[in-house]
Design a protein around this ligand. Structure first.
Ligand code: GLU
Length: 320
């Protein structure tokens, strides 16, 4: 059995669109080609937006696209115990604190606006030593006391990466006011308990990777290899989001798009075929070698070469 495992980690907060289809198809194809295990995880910790309906539709879309997985899916909301254990461990080491400051208070507390535009929680805003640093009442938002260090890692597609989370975002959220794990903590705990060795995902999460690496170090968890794929953009050059209903796989499917055309579009975006043509999902693993994915990532690091959904793309997809 393979010692390597990747994962598909859809958030069950809306319908999957063409950008998800590309990321999931490439992850699946790479894993099937290389003989890795593929585990599935439903990221459903957003109490306002996650729904069971979205989970069912996600499963349906994955099956439609020919994407299978190994073993039983993990659903984050099913059991809070592993996340609480991780929080207790961080608290024992004096690394997490409760803070009720609003975004506005955090923004206004720091004189100079931060260059990257991201809200930065300055260490000066940490509470004094005392109860706020214990993890007794889970119904309070908590942040990780980010050490002031540079994090370096080798992205399997994008090459060497070097960032300083303390400068970028400062102390980031690891636990919400609703008493639930925040994204960064949940991903780290789950990637470890699902034995994930290779994380393939969109490059919108590149900045999160260094934060996750810091949590892994403090929790004595192994760091996986990371493969960040450039995201798909719309005709205006804006990355696809769940609000692009017209580009949801369900909508396209109801208008005649087939899995073969969607795979053909993905292969064409990657320049594995010279012009759009239907490709059977089971042929994708032959095309998705790590070397070819690397070539695509390098090419697409130029904004002019990012995959884009134009009107003619949709017309072609739905003309099968
Ligand atoms: N659930 C996230 C998403 O759907 C992915 C998280 C991850 O890959 O770490 O965008």
């Amino acid at each position: 059995m393979s010692t390597r495992t990747t994962r598909l980690a859809p958030s069950t907060t809306g319908d999957l669109h063409l950008g998800h289809a590309r990321t999931f198809l490439l992850t699946w194809a790479l894993a099937r080609r290389e003989g890795w295990r593929i585990v599935l995880r439903f990221e459903d910790l957003d109490p306002e937006r996650a729904t069971a309906d979205s989970r069912d539709r996600t499963l349906d879309v994955l099956a439609f696209l020919g994407i299978d997985h190994d073993g039983d899916p993990l659903t984050q909301s099913a059991d809070p115990a592993p996340y609480r254990a991780a929080m207790r461990r961080l608290a024992e080491r004096g690394l997490v604190f409760a803070s009720d400051l609003s975004r506005r208070e955090i923004r206004e507390a720091v004189a100079a606006p931060h260059a990257g535009g991201e809200l930065r929680f300055d260490p000066a805003l940490r509470p004094p030593p005392g109860p706020a640093w214990r993890f007794e009442d889970p119904a309070r938002g908590r942040r990780f006391a980010t050490p002031d260090v540079v994090v370096e890692f080798e992205d399997q597609l994008l090459g060497p990466q070097r960032t300083c989370p303390a400068e970028e975002c400062g102390d980031f959220a690891v636990w919400t006011r609703d008493g639930l794990p925040g994204y960064q903590l949940a991903v780290v705990v789950d990637d470890a308990r699902q034995d994930v060795t290779d994380v393939v995902r969109g490059d919108d999460l590149l900045a999160s990777t260094a934060r996750q690496r810091l949590l892994q170090l403090e929790l004595d968890l192994p760091s996986p290899r990371w493969w960040h794929l450039p995201l798909v953009h719309d005709a205006h050059g804006v990355r696809l989001a769940k609000r692009n209903d017209a580009l949801s796989i369900d909508t396209l499917r109801s208008q005649g798009a087939t899995p073969e055309r969607i795979c053909g579009l993905v292969a064409w975006w990657c320049r594995w075929i010279d012009e759009p043509a239907p490709v059977e999902p089971r042929r994708l693993p032959d095309l998705a070698s790590p070397e070819r994915l690397r070539e695509v990532a390098v090419l697409e690091s130029d904004p002019d070469h990012r995959p884009r959904v134009e009107q003619e793309t949709i017309t072609w997809l739905c003309s099968g």
